[in-house]
Design a binder for this molecule. Sequence first.
Ligand code: GDG
Length: 735
Amino acid sequence: MKKLHIVSNRLPFSISYQNDEPSLEPSVGGLATGMNSVYKDFNGKWIGWPGIASDTKTKQELQSVETLLAKEGCESVHLTECEVEEFYEGFCNNTIWPLFHYFAQYVDFHSEFWEAYVAVNQKFADKVLEVVEDDDYVWVHDYQLMLVPEMIKSQRPNITIGYFLHIPFPSYEVFRILPWRKELLKGLLGADLIGFHTYDYERHFLSSVRRLFGYEITFNEIHIDDRIILADAFPMGIDFDKFADAARQIHQTPLKERSEVHKELEKYFLMDPDRKLVLSIDRLDYSKGIPNRLRAFGKFLENHPEYHGKVTLILLSVPSRNNVIHYQRLKSEVEELVGSINGLYGNINYTPVWYFYRSMPFNNLVELYSMSDVALITPVRDGMNLVAKEYVASRINQTGVMVLSEMAGVVKEMGEAIVINPNDEDETERAILQALEMTPEEQASRMLTMQKRLKRYDVFKWAKDFVGALQRVNRIQKDFLAKKITEKISDEIVKRYDKASKRAIFLDYDGTLKGFKDNPQEVQPDSELKNLIESLTSIDKNIVTIISGRDKETLGKWFEGQNVNLICEHGVWLRRKGEDWQMLTNASNSWMPMIRPVLDSYVDRTPGSFLEEKNYSLVWHYRKAEAELGELRAKELRDELTELVANHNLEIMEGNKVVEVKTGGINKGAAANSFLMNMNADFIMALGDDWTDEFLFRELPETAVTIKVGIKHTNANYKLETVEAVRKFLKVLAH
Ligand code: GDG
């Protein structure tokens, strides 16, 4: 069975020491829970950093940690203190983290940090290459390791790689700020499947790929030479039952056995049963919007004196990255705000904000979740936010209200929360009031819907879905490779070719014999191509035809004097070698004056696009237009033309970055078959790259050798990945 290995910055254990003896403490985070469910089933390893700087330990000490971890199926990547500082604290937390959370003003652009990031990613990749076998699956996690997929793929293309980003992928306008934007994307594109929490992040990512590299993207598939890369959204879930069961347990714990936290919370309610608790839990991070939240709560108390003494905000801030200056400043700001609210509205019996700067054991956490009336979750940016999901899972009585920021990925799955813009403190203040006054019936109805959804799509389902998608993309890739012309297949085709006495060879031009270029001057046949056609046509048994959508004037000029047949405008015109042009069908172009103004308006509204006029078709080209705008306009144009086309027996053909309107009933397949009539060819071959060539592949006799150029689905029997591969293959036939 294929193995699945996990790669993440941290291993799912932390190391603690007692009398210099190391021991392992399992992590309780969502990632560890989810991954444990898959990597052990797939017999794989977990590769990551154990969390201790390697140069602070002796070789033996490191060895004993490694041995302990190895027993748990973990493989260690060792990082020095300096690497941790420059790679993790530097590039990860001072460059990627702020940028991807839209805090561009906090971003550090230090090339030493970048170099450390590359070096450490390489260390991780080297470890993977050492541990993993060909054909295994590898699942790489998060923003610390964005270069690892390409570092693995370039060495071992047979390893199937999944990558999941746990933080937002920002819009292109923000991403482009980064000097190393192309390198990061290239790193990610080494993966076969790239997962995000939400469709928005996926969209931003695809847009950056399109704009920075211009790769072809069909829906969520990126096509690069002979590879297919899939991007998709997989909203990460939690271990729902673990939280619900723990909450149930807490409710059933006898008085005497309750924890200190539990007892304190009960005392609070005993003083006045109408009292309410509002809960806020997060790492102390500027992305979490803690100051906004505190200001909104302060305003709420200012405007609602009737709630003084009746509502308390529990602010649990878990220490995080405290040697980064922005985190230190944030801590001071939060503490000042807490102090000012408590100073203004508190008294001997009432503290409006209970502030905890620490982390709490799991059970205390669930006590907070299950005893708080409102969860106030207001990040200014958050990839997902698992705390929101954990709160919902812990509400076993279906009471409780969630006030949730629209900037958290989790909002996509929690439409039943009270959704706010975290920058709008007035709206947040109103939401707090609405939450406190919501009827129990409404609370239950909202809570139940969210619970059902979260229980269904829990962390195990999430991991299973991702792995399923990884297996699927592996199959798609294999299907492509199954049609790819290998040396063996090439030999078989050559054998059939050699045996034949009359060979009809159809060659599409753009994207098949010649690559696409922005500059139309560069698409003329180069000398290598001319020589190739010359050699192919100089063999008596060969009847070579260039079959293209281009107009007859252009192709006629380019191949003047060459011994090649030309079929142009998808089959309207034929010029047999040495003869004049003749029409293959009785086509009419009387529709053109009606359609031209429509296309002209698209040229006007889409900078970089232009109109090409052929004898029997009009072509709108958008290769040089801004990529996304071009796609959008192409779709609009298709919609606009649908009715006109049906009424006038026209056809719309979509090629590579072109929309072509032409007289109906004309296509390359029909043209080729009419050309073949009475010829008695005993070897027929056709090569083409876009869907106008699919007519050829479909309509030629079954015995024909049909070859698609590129990776897309096709009716052809075989595939070649690039124009270079086509030329190489034809050269074999030309000798
Ligand atoms: C990143 C992304 C994305 C918190 N305090 C305590 C404690 N926690 C646990 C919570 C929760 C986890 O930490 C926090 O997860 P979040 O998702 O809320 O936020 P990040 O740490 O920023 O995580 C985020 C996530 O990755 C997953 O992809 O959702 O957007 O930023 O599980 O329970 N646990 C304990 N004591 C605490 O005091 N035991």
